[in-house]
Write a protein that binds this ligand. Structure first.
Ligand SMILES: [Zn+2]
Length: 248
């Protein structure tokens, strides 16, 4: 009887344990798996707690300087969109990049947070898009485009019209192309600082460029996203002596 019991127990426990090893730990934006506990969910997530250059931050005191222009070289891409369980993400076709100070970073994907993760003088914006770029050495440059409530945004509308009905792999939407360049504000002054991924594993390998000028999104469009993700923003993190540079 005892042997049967232990066999049953093992049979019940083993597959779950094996599954857990292969699957990334579940994390979220609230409760037991929320930002305060990310570091406890998995060993690889320890930087979320131990790191000293974490993102997002509240941008307050800045050092104004003549900084290099962000040289965007974006071209249209077929629309590949997914709900990854944490945000709506668009995977971008190869061939678009931003060059900063002579270094080229290729655009990989962009995604959204509500409200904006970054704050300016204590204030967050209704939403933000993070445009994730990577250079040949594997270093990331993320360009943040803040959204304010205003006119309907045509590019966002194209995305929301194609919102995935369920979480999962990226789907290519036949016949639909998007041009991420159309999301950029007319003036591209920015704040720059060293930081991290704002999601686990919170790796500190990100050069952040937060554009100072927000772009519009309509109230209806904000509400449409809220329908899928009501709140998917990590709280701001300590600056720990970092300098935020601001372009003139
Ligand atoms: Zn992000």
């Amino acid at each position: 009887m005892k042997r049967t019991l232990s066999f049953l127990l093992c049979a019940a426990l083993l597959p779950a344990a094996a599954l857990a090893e292969n699957k990334p730990a579940h994390w979220s934006y609230e409760g037991a798996t929320g930002p305060q506990n990310w570091a406890r969910l998995e060993q690889d997530f320890s930087t979320c707690k131990l790191g000293h250059n974490q993102s997002p931050i509240d941008i307050r005191k800045t050092s104004k300087a003549k900084l290099p222009a962000l040289e965007f070289a974006y071209s249209p891409s077929p629309l590949k969109i997914l709900d990854n369980g944490h945000t709506i993400q668009v995977n971008y076709a190869a061939g678009s990049s931003v060059t900063i100070d002579g270094k080229r970073y290729d655009l990989l994907q962009f995604h959204f947070h509500k409200p904006s993760e970054e704050k300016i003088n204590g204030r967050s914006y209704p939403m933000v898009a993070h445009l994730v770029h990577k250079n040949a050495e594997g270093k990331l440059a993320v360009v943040a485009v803040l959204f304010q409530k205003g006119a309907e945004n045509p590019l966002v509308q194209t995305l929301w019209d194609a919102l995935p009905k369920e979480k999962g792999e990226a789907q290519e939407i036949a016949g639909v192309n998007i041009d991420i360049g159309k999301l950029l504000p007319a003036t591209q002054g920015y704040y720059n600082f060293a930081g991290s991924l704002t999601t686990p594993p919170c790796s500190e390998e990100v050069n952040w460029f937060v554009l100072k000028t927000p772009v519009d999104m309509s109230d209806a469009q904000l509400k449409r996203f809220a329908h899928v993700y009501k709140h998917n923003a990590r709280p701001v993190q300590p600056l720990n002596g970092r300098t935020v540079q601001e372009s003139l």
